[in-house]
Design a protein around this ligand. Structure first.
Ligand SMILES: Cc1ncc(COP(=O)(O)O)c(C=O)c1O
Length: 438
């Protein structure tokens, strides 16, 4: 039998010299990928690769259980929350969150739809960027009674762009009257949805989404749902203040393919079809949280490799990198260093997010300006991308809807790598300033 010995050496020298600042899928720790490479060929000396095993085997059961255990430790997830490893990406949770919470609402309030002329309960959305805007759009498409409690693009001074998060006192919360009081508990929405970090636009709630500033009765009675796809594990989050926290893997967690949903157990509809006769939605089988919770995420074949590799990332963060506290300190330090160069660039760089308090620590979006200090200059931006590439920095082009530059400083990007970016930015700013003086 021929042996594959000649293929057993892995050349990762190019990787070592590359700084991948992509917005997602993005870089993962090399040590994790090397371990995963072993596991995909021969997992734990079974003679079989991880993705070649039955997902119902004891071996895989241990993998998924230990991933959940480590995630619970990292995020301090209370016992009364289920952790579901699902598929379909963040996008599928735009419908998953709305449908599951509407189903629970229909069971808890059997007469609601009938008493409201066939209309379901309100669904509130905080629209601070492209992803929350998409979630709202999907919710409406599904027939939900969904509305924006604010839309950053419509605020004064926004120029139709995302970048400002208005004070909570101005939010149009359903069931709350002008004086900030809940008029009737029955009229409260079935959820308040937000996206903690808007990957495309570089907008993040800092230090956290302001649950503590919402009217108390609203915050206590409305299920709060967070899309944390692009900043989970980069800072602490109060899971107990939420009903659902979900995230796709492909930023701080692992390879694309698994979407993790942390959901308060008493909000999982006990029978996903029970509310249908009350006007609740019919949820596609694989989207109903109940099925995944009952089967410990093995209702159908799960994305085994993505779960395995994510588990390795969790263990690495927990055991070698100081957990979420360590990641949070590094994220603060890295992003501060880059924003600092932007603010001291004498008009060469300009952050696209106007309000410094809403600037993302994960996705730093900026433009490079022409001599007038106002107009973005595509030629300079292309030149900057080239300068980055000369130093091994890849994937810094901004999203097509925003333009400019986006440097994503996820957990796997080290402080040392960030300093290389900082040096390139400083040198570029000087180069442009010198040209302008000449
Ligand atoms: C914050 C956020 N939410 C949702 C999504 C959609 O995720 P997916 O592509 O996995 O459907 C993304 C994707 O980048 C994202 O960044």
């Amino acid at each position: 039998m021929s042996t594959p010995d000649d293929k057993l050496t892995l050349d990762i020298s190019k990787r070592e010299g590359t700084i991948n600042l992509g917005a997602g899928p993005s870089s993962l720790p090399t040590s994790v990928l090397l371990e995963a490479a072993q596991g995909i060929l021969d997992f734990s000396s079974t003679g079989m690769g991880l993705t070649e095993l039955s997902h119902r085997s004891g071996t895989f059961k241990k993998v998924i259980e230990s991933a959940e255990e480590d995630l619970r430790k990292l995020l301090d997830i209370p016992e009364n929350y289920a952790v579901l490893f699902m598929q379909g990406g963040g996008t599928e949770q735009f419908s998953g969150t709305a449908l599951n919470l509407l189903a629970s609402h229909a069971i808890a309030h059997p007469d609601y739809v009938q008493q409201h002329n066939g209309q379901g309960p309100a669904l509130d959305y905080a629209v601070s960027g492209s992803w929350s805007a998409k979630a709202l759009k999907e919710s409406k498409r599904l027939g939900g009674n969904a509305k924006a409690v604010f839309d950053s693009r419509k605020l004064e001074g926004s120029d139709g762009k995302f970048g400002i998060i208005p004070p909570t006192s101005t939010w149009q919360l359903s069931g709350v009257d002008g004086s900030g009081k809940v008029a009737s508990k029955d009229e409260l929405p079935a959820m308040l949805y937000y996206c903690d970090n808007e990957t495309v636009d570089g907008v993040e709630y800092t230090p956290a989404f302001p649950i503590d500033q919402l009217p108390k009765e609203y915050a206590q009675n409305v299920p709060i749902v967070a899309d944390c796809s692009s900043n989970i594990l980069s800072r602490k989050i109060d899971i107990a203040a939420h009903s659902i926290v979900f995230f796709g893997a492909q930023k701080n967690v692992g390879p694309a393919g698994v979407t993790i949903v942390i959901v308060k157990k008493d909000l999982i509809a006990r029978d996903p079809d029970e509310g249908v006769s009350n006007g609740g939605p019919r949820i596609p089988t694989t989207l109903a949280y109940k099925h995944h919770a009952d089967a410990n995420s093995l209702y159908n074949t799960p994305p085994m490799f993505a779960i395995y590799a994510s588990g390795l990332v969790f263990a690495d963060l927990l055991k070698s990198k100081g957990g979420v506290v360590g990641a949070s300190q590094r994220a603060d330090m890295k992003s501060r260093a880059v924003y600092d160069v932007i603010s001291k660039s004498q008009g060469v760089f300009a952050a696209t997010v106007k309000d410094p308090a809403s600037r993302s620590r994960m996705n730093i979006c900026f433009r490079i300006l022409a001599r007038d200090g106002k107009t973005p200059n595509n030629e300079l931006e292309e030149r900057f991308i080239k300068r980055c590439r000369e130093k091994g920095i890849e994937q810094v082009k901004g999203h097509r809807s925003v333009g400019g530059i986006r440097t994503s400083l996820y957990n796997a990007v080290s402080p040392e790598q960030t300093l290389v970016l900082v040096d390139v930015m400083k040198a570029f700013a000087k180069e442009v300033q010198d040209e302008r003086r000449a």
